[in-house]
Design a protein around this ligand. Sequence first.
Ligand SMILES: [Zn+2]
Length: 115
Amino acid sequence: MTANNGSASPGAEDPRFEDRDIAGTTDNPIPHLDGNAAAGPLWELFRIDIIAAIGRCKNCGAVRVFGEAAVYSDAPGIVVRCSSCGGVLLRLVETPTKFWLDVSGLSYLQIDREG
Ligand SMILES: [Zn+2]
């Protein structure tokens, strides 16, 4: 007689990729662009010119022109980071049917009205 009393593999989860910082390190920085790289998708979404907009970083409080932010477009979607502290300001992911926009890293965004 054989019995299988819980000897099967429990399928432990692999924590290899836990919360890795996509900003890389000073020795191995991940290449990034400036805020202009996020202008196209955000224009498509809101019809606003984001480059001249002024945003406040929720993490460090820096108030800067969006065009100065660091844009990582090789992430899943686009990640925009504060050029002062590296905190994530905005994330934008496009799927065939939806935009997913996370602006939780911004306290506010001040956008010029047209003419
Ligand atoms: Zn910041």
